[in-house]
Design a protein around this ligand. Structure first.
Ligand code: 5AD
Ligand code: SF4
Length: 439
C-alpha cells in the first residue's frame, strides 16, 4: 500500500510539472512516505530526516530542500511533528496524496508549516502513470483503502480512516489499460480486499458471485490479465465463493494471504478480531478442500498483552494444523491510541523474543516440508531479473507467490516461463527452465 501511495504521489507531481530525482542531495523537495504499524518503522523516518538535513547543510548547495512527511506517521502525529522536528516544512495526511503539488506550492510561496490531514475529495484520481510504477510487469491496483475492523492492537483504522471502495468500472478499466501496456500481473490491494463494497454495482452487472469482492475477481479475470493476485484477506469476510472464483478462473493466482494473528481464542477476543480459531479453520478447510492446490500464508503477533504460555502453545498448535506456505511473525508493538495500549500484563521483551524464535523454528521446519513437496513439479514463473546470487540464474515469482530461481540466460524479464523444480531452499525454490516455454 505504501509503494502504491508513493507511485500515486509521483504521478501527481509529474503531472504538475515536477521532475523526480532518486537522490536526496539533488532534490529541492524531499518527501518521506511513512509507516506506523510498528514502533520501529515509525522511528526510522526521524533518523532519515536528520540524515537528509545534515547532508544538505554540508553539501554546499544553496538553499535547504523543503522537507515533507506523508503517510501514516504524518496523519497520526499531525502538527506535533513541526514542534519535534523543526526541519519539517510540510505534513501530508494519508488522504491528501492528490493535493501534494498545491501543498508544495504553498510552502515554496513562503507559507510556514503547511499541513493537510483532510479526507479525499470528489473526483480525485487513483490512477497511476506507468512511468512511476516500480515494475513494468507487475502493478499494484488499490481496490479499497482504510479499515473498519478496529483490531485492538492496530493503528491502521486511525491512520487510514474508514473503508472506501473504488468503483469496479474504474478498477476493470485500469487493469485493461495495464494489460495493453504489457503488464503481466496485477495485485489487487487493500487493508482488507474481501471487505470490498463499492457504492454502486456499476461494472459488476455481468458477473455473478456471493459478494461484491468475488464478483470483482471474476470481472478482473475477464480482462484477460495473465496473473491476478490479491492481498490482504480478512478471515471474517472470507466467503468460500472466493475459492469458487479461483477454481473457475485460471488467471486468478493460487495464493491466499489470510492473517490469523493468534491461535488462542482468549487472545483473539482481546484482539477484537471478530473470529475464533474454529471460524478461521473453517476458512482454511474451504481453501484446502479446493480442487486447486492453493498456497496459504498468514501473519501472527506474539506477545500480545496477557498472552500466557498456554495461549502461545495454542498458536503453535494452530500453525501446525494450517501448514502455511509462509508466515510473517511480529512481536507485539504497543501503539499509542489503540485499545490494547491500555492493557496491563505486558509480556516481557525476552519472552516475546523466545516465542518469536520458537514459532519461527516451527514454521521453518513445516515450510521445509512444503517446499520439498514442490520438487519434481512444474511452476509458472514471471521472470523479474537476474538473480543477485549468480549471474547465470534468473529470479521471479510463481503464481503461488514463491521466489523461484532457475538456470537460464536466455530468458528476459517480463517473460512467463515454466520451471521444473529440482531443489527446495529455505525461502525459495530452484529449478530448470522447461524446453517448451509457456505463454
Ligand atoms: N504490533 C505488532 N504487529 C502488528 N501488526 C499490526 N499491528 C501490530 C502491532 N501493534 C501486524 C499484523 C498485521 C501486519 C500487517 O502487521 O500481524 O497483519
Ligand atoms: Fe489492522 Fe485489523 Fe484492520 Fe488489519 S483488519 S488493518 S489488523 S484493524
Amino acid at each position: 500500500m505504501n509503494v502504491a501511495d508513493t507511485e500515486r504521489a509521483a504521478t501527481g507531481l509529474r503531472n504538475a510539472g515536477y521532475e523526480l530525482t532518486a537522490s536526496a542531495e539533488a532534490a529541492d523537495v524531499v518527501l518521506f512516505n511513512t509507516c506506523s504499524v510498528r514502533e520501529r518503522a515509525e522511528q526510522k523516518v526521524f533518523t532519515r530526516i536528520g540524515e537528509v538535513r545534515h547532508q544538505a547543510q554540508h553539501s554546499g548547495k544553496r538553499g535547504k530542500p523543503l522537507i515533507g512527511v506523508m503517510g501514516c506517521v504524518a496523519q497520526l502525529e499531525g502538527d506535533a511533528i513541526f514542534q519535534n522536528t523543526p526541519a519539517v516544512d510540510l505534513i501530508i495526511g494519508t488522504r491528501a496524496t492528490d493535493r501534494i503539488p498545491s501543498l508544495i506550492e504553498r510552502a515554496r510561496g513562503g507559507e510556514a508549516d503547511v499541513i493537510d490531514l483532510g479526507e479525499r475529495q470528489e473526483g480525485e484520481f487513483w490512477e497511476v502513470s506507468p512511468a512511476e510504477r516500480r515494475s513494468p510487469y507487475v502493478a499494484f491496483v488499490p481496490i479499497i483503502e482504510g479499515c473498519n475492523k478496529f483490531c485492538s492492537f492496530c493503528i491502521v483504522p486511525y491512520s487510514r480512516g474508514r473503508e472506501k471502495s473504488r468503483s469496479a468500472l474504474e478498477i476493470v478499466a485500469e487493469v485493461q489499460r495495464l494489460r495493453s501496456f504489457g503488464y503481466k500481473e496485477v495485485h489487487l490491494i487493500g487493508q482488507n480486499v474481501n471487505s470490498y463494497r463499492p457504492l454502486s454495482p456499476e461494472g459488476l452487472e455481468r458477473y455473478a458471485g456471493a459478494t461484491a469482492f468475488s464478483r470483482l475477481l471474476r470481472a478482473v479475470a475477464d480482462t484477460g490479465m495473465q496473473r491476478i493476485k490479491f492481498t490482504t484477506s480478512f478471515p471474517r469476510d472470507f466467503h468460500p465463493d472466493i475459492v469458487a472464483a479461483l477454481e473457475e478462473c485460471p488467471n486468478l493466482c493460487d495464493w491466499i494471504h489470510l492473517p490469523v494473528q493468534s491461535g488462542s481464542n482468549r487472545i483473539l477476543k482481546a484482539m477484537r478480531r471478530g473470529h475464533s480459531t474454529d471460524d478461521y479453520l473453517r476458512r482454511v478447510d474451504a481453501i484446502r478442500g479446493s480442487k486447486r492446490r492453493l498456497s496459504l500464508t498468514s501473519d501472527i503477533i506474539v506477545g500480545f498483552p496477557g498472552e500466557s504460555e498456554d495461549d502461545f502453545e495454542d498458536t503453535m498448535r494452530l500453525v501446525r494444523a494450517c501448514e502455511y506456505d509462509g508466515l510473517f511473525i511480529f512481536k507485539y508493538s504497543k501503539r499509542t491510541g489503540t485499545p490494547a495500549a491500555m492493557l496491563a500484563d505486558a509480556v516481557p521483551e525476552g519472552e516475546k523474543t523466545a516465542r518469536f524464535l520458537a514459532l519461527e523454528e516451527l514454521q521453518s521446519s513445516l515450510q521445509n516440508k512444503i517446499y520439498n513437496d514442490y520438487t519434481g513439479r512444474t511452476v509458472s514463473v514471471l521472470v523479474e531479473r537476474e538473480s543477485a546470487r549468480s549471474s547465470e540464474d534468473m529470479t521471479g515469482h510463481s503464481t503461488c507467490h514463491k521466489v523461484v530461481n532457475f538456470r537460464s540466460q536466455q530468458t528476459a524479464p517480463g517473460e512467463i516461463v515454466d520451471v521444473l523444480i529440482s531443489q527446495a531452499k529455505p525461502y525459495s525454490l530452484y529449478g530448470e527452465l522447461m524446453s517448451g516455454r509457456a505463454a
